[in-house]
Design a protein around this ligand. Structure first.
Ligand code: ADP
Ligand code: MG
Length: 261
């Protein structure tokens, strides 16, 4: 059976002051897969995520999520539809604990409204209990059990990255977009994140990963798209990408692809 496309971009373009950061990108993410988007610095990877999630407005093209045109929708609307992301630059609330950060992440998910909250209706109390249960599960899922009452600003860098992933998962997304989740992590932490991404996939969540760490990219991706100067230059499985001459050329200088394998 042909794979189902969960997320599709058609001719997606973004411009900054007349300069094209994305130039007509067509990507199809299959439901259930782990897909990587790679490319040299400045290739347009983060911009691609921004254009999909409503963080920046596309200059052209369309984005479809589960067959529905979501082009130009606001980021919170897109998140509510089931598309969650982590940011390349960390944004947890420094003065809140791990658990509080995750609970805040779930706020947009609440069925109850302000009136329910003020009156402490049964619906509000049920939501609250469910949120706390879900937050406990997520804290354990990302390995932060022992740190659940620690303020985000006191976490190590690696722990903050895990919290960022937990916050994205708190939205119970159908697709998770991760922007360089292991940047700055050591090999042990990287291995932990790779396992985590596999567990996320096992829960039925589709994963799109921007990453420079080739051990991770080649180790867990089923398919890889390569961006260079805002354009798609290759698509294929890890073997095909590793030996693609256009890709190797784009990475010359960085030389990252060759070194890790
Ligand atoms: N907000 C912005 N304003 C102006 N230029 C930007 C902005 N965001 C990104 N760019 C430019 O767009 C290009 C792609 O950037 P980015 O998507 O961050 O690349 P990558 O994530 O692949 O390293 C770069 O040339 C970058 O300088
Ligand atoms: Mg980036």
């Amino acid at each position: 059976m042909a794979p189902r496309d969960l997320l599709v971009t058609e001719g997606l373009s973004v411009e900054f002051g007349g300069v094209r950061a994305l130039a007509g990108v067509d990507i199809a993410v299959h439901e259930g897969e782990i897909l990587a988007v790679i490319g040299p610095n400045g290739a347009g990877k983060t911009t691609f995520f921004n254009a999909i999630t409503g963080t920046c407005a596309p200059a052209g093209g369309r984005v479809f999520f589960d067959g529905r045109n979501i082009t130009g929708k606001k980021s919170h609307e897109i998140a509510r539809l089931g598309l969650a992301r982590s940011f390349q630059n960390l944004k947890p609330f420094a003065e809140m604990t791990v658990t509080e950060n995750i609970l805040i992440g779930r706020e947009s998910h609440l069925a109850s409204n302000l009136l329910d909250a003020v009156l402490r209706t049964p619906r509000f109390r049920a939501d609250e209990a469910a949120n706390h249960r879900k937050a406990r599960e997520l804290v354990a899922f990302v390995g932060l059990d022992k740190r659940r009452n620690t303020l985000a600003r006191d976490l190590t860098y690696g722990e903050q990255k895990m919290l960022e992933i937990a916050r994205a998962l708190a939205l119970e997304p159908r697709i998770l977009l991760l922007d360089e989740p292991v940047a700055g992590m050591n090999a042990t932490e990287t291995g932990f994140v790779m396992e985590l991404v596999r567990k996320v996939q096992a829960q039925g969540i589709t994963v799109v990963l921007i990453e420079h760490d080739m051990r991770m990219v080649m180790g867990i991706s089923e398919r890889i798209y390569v961006l260079d100067h805002g354009e798609l230059i290759a698509c294929g499985d890890p073997e095909a990408i590793r030996s693609n001459s256009r890709v190797i050329e784009a990475y010359l200088g960085g030389g990252k692809l060759a070194h890790h394998h």
